[in-house]
Design a protein. Structure first.
Lengths: 275, 304
């Protein structure tokens, strides 16, 4: 700290640091302030908070959100990490195009994403129709629908972060393992995964965080059953701000708690690997 | 014991981007160390990668103990590869690192593991992680790990870079041990002349993807094939010379009007140079006894 203060004082960089710090403060305030005000308002009406917390509809909406986001994170890991490995380790024609395709969902408005997903997974859709015929699986207004919508918007985060995590594994270690007699699968299992699992978990955490907060695409494919964001929107439309406030606060607290827990898990012992 | 040829490289050609290595031909026998000497960019690492199986051969073939391994996957070749940075697994203990290369199932190999840990004085460090070890200890782990897979050939890629004198000494002892005690064939890549002199039974001079000369160290040092090899060997003082006759010990050679006597009686073919290695120059206040105007280390070599 002392060194930090000294380096600032002894430097002409102060002329840059001060305006940048101001801009940064405005940015942080725009994040923290709404959440803080929401929390204070919600906490000032503890009775309402308790009533919403014990409401079974609100509870099932929150549980559905967590369940769907968790499923999405696992699916994004299962489908996205192998792709991330290909992008990180294999040279193939069209690699740039594949990377661009992975990032496309980032630029698509989420309502559009919802409609697009509905077209493919709907009862007459390209994927939805055969799955409905074969397994009786319905995506419209159901958990699987919520998961595919969440997957569409959150997978790019998982794939990009997983790619970075896998690229951080030194290829020379993989070669050393190969020359010591380990086949490609054993190298993956005994060298790549142990060295990258924290990064991969972070990637899935990012996917989870993006999925649990998704509203736009989910509301198109499944208004019912309601996820927490849809439920809040519903309460807001029908009863106004005060009704929506309490559930918003509850969802905020749960989301932050899970996010921090996963970050701590992914970050624990990282120092040991890097040294 | 007869030294058998472990590795035979026959017309090997490989590519990395625009760089072409080869065609190369040489062999390494069991219980001997071949040093590949060359400057940076000569293709030394590419050559090791081709032998280890990480760079596919475009032509030629690699024979390991009579078996054609040219198209074999790296994990099937059973060639130990010790890269410059040792590449120890940071998530495994010393024991885990050494055990990684064990050939058979765990139970059968327990004895081998224990023996290796004992031999390389790693027993007290078995539960330590590589990042907790000194450079010298890490090297011992790398050697023990390489031996755990029971290889017949060990490749070293400039392992002495960034080493202090003591660690370097320990490394050289370790390498000599592999050659003498374990009767292994060792291929040691370096750009240090002094290492070649200390370690190698044979030397191959690699430059721009091609072998300029191979042979026993004393052979190559006494009669470098050309001025380029001479400069790789640190012989930078070169003069054009001609043979003027024979003497009792060898040849009488005219160098700039001075007559020198060479220690070899075999005349070089075609025009040649005489070189003097800086290490062979001694400065004395008075003329030493028994030395006239000839040098016992006179080198005869062809000029380009």
């Amino acid at each position: 700290m002392a060194q930090f203060v000294r380096s600032l004082h002894s430097s002409r960089e102060l002329r840059v640091v001060i305006p940048f710090a101001l801009l940064g403060t405005i940015f942080l305030a725009s994040i923290v302030l709404p959440l803080a005000v929401l929390s204070i308002d919600a906490l000032s009406a503890p009775g309402e908070l308790a009533r919403v917390a014990s409401d079974s509809e609100a509870q099932s909406a929150v549980l559905l959100s967590l369940e769907a986001a968790l499923l999405t994170a696992v699916m994004a890991g299962l489908l996205g990490i192998p792709l991330a490995w290909l992008l990180a380790r294999v040279e193939f024609p069209g690699k740039g195009l594949i990377q661009a395709l992975v990032d496309v969902p980032l630029t698509v408005p989420h309502v559009v994403a919802g409609i697009a997903v509905l077209f493919v997974y709907g009862r007459r859709g390209l994927i939805g129709a055969p799955l409905h015929h074969l397994f009786g699986l319905t995506f419209w207004g159901s958990l699987p629908g919520i998961v595919v919508a969440m997957l569409f918007v959150s997978a790019p985060f998982t794939v990009s972060a997983a790619r970075l995590a896998l690229e951080a594994v030194d290829p020379r270690l993989e070669r050393a393992a190969r020359s010591l007699g380990a086949g490609p699968w054993r190298v993956l299992w005994s060298v790549v995964l142990p060295l990258s699992w924290r990064g991969l978990l972070t990637a899935m955490t990012l996917g989870y965080a993006r999925a649990v907060s998704e509203f736009g695409s989910v509301v198109i494919i499944a208004y019912y059953p309601m996820t927490a964001p849809v439920k809040i929107y519903d309460l807001f439309l029908r009863f106004g701000l005060p009704e929506a406030l309490a559930l918003s606060f509850i969802v905020l607290v749960i989301s932050l708690f899970i996010f921090i827990a996963l970050r701590v898990l992914a970050g624990s012992g990282r120092q040991k690997d890097i040294e | 014991m007869m030294n058998q040829e472990v590795l035979q490289v026959q017309g090997l050609t490989t590519r990395r981007g625009d760089f072409q290595l080869g065609p190369l031909a040489f062999s390494v026998a069991s219980g001997s160390c071949l040093a590949i000497q060359g400057i940076n960019g000569a293709g030394k690492t590419t050559l090791l990668e081709a032998i280890a199986g990480f760079s596919p051969a475009q032509a030629g073939c690699l024979m390991l103990q009579g078996r054609d391994i040219t198209a074999e996957a790296p994990e099937l070749r059973r060639i130990a590869y010790v890269p410059q940075d040792l590449a120890l697994f940071p998530h495994l203990t010393v024991e885990g690192n050494v055990a990684f290369g064990l050939r058979d199932g765990r139970r059968a190999s327990r004895g081998v593991l224990k023996r290796l840990l004992d031999e390389f004085k790693l027993n007290h460090l078995r539960t330590s992680y590589p990042q907790q070890l000194s450079r010298g200890q890490r090297q011992r782990v790398a050697l023990a790990r390489a031996l755990a897979m029971e290889p017949s050939l060990v490749l070293f890629d400039e392992p002495s870079v960034n080493l202090d004198a003591t660690s370097c000494e320990a490394l050289h002892l370790g390498v000599r041990r592999l050659v003498q005690e374990y009767d292994l064939a060792v291929l040691y890549v370096t750009h240090h002349q002094s290492e070649v002199a200390r370690l190698a039974d044979h030397v191959a001079i690699l430059s721009d993807g091609r072998l300029l000369q191979t042979g026993s160290y004393s052979e190559v040092h006494a009669r470098p094939a050309d001025t380029c090899v001479a400069s790789h060997l640190g012989i930078d003082n070169l003069w054009s010379a001609s043979i003027v006759g024979k003497s009792a010990r060898g040849l009488r050679i005219d160098v700039d009007g001075h007559i020198l006597e060479s220690s070899t009686a075999i005349p070089p073919r075609g025009p040649f140079c005489v070189g003097l290695s800086a290490g062979d120059i001694e400065i004395a206040r008075s003329r030493p006894q028994g030395i006239n105007n000839c040098s016992s280390n006179t080198l005869a070599l062809r000029s380009e």
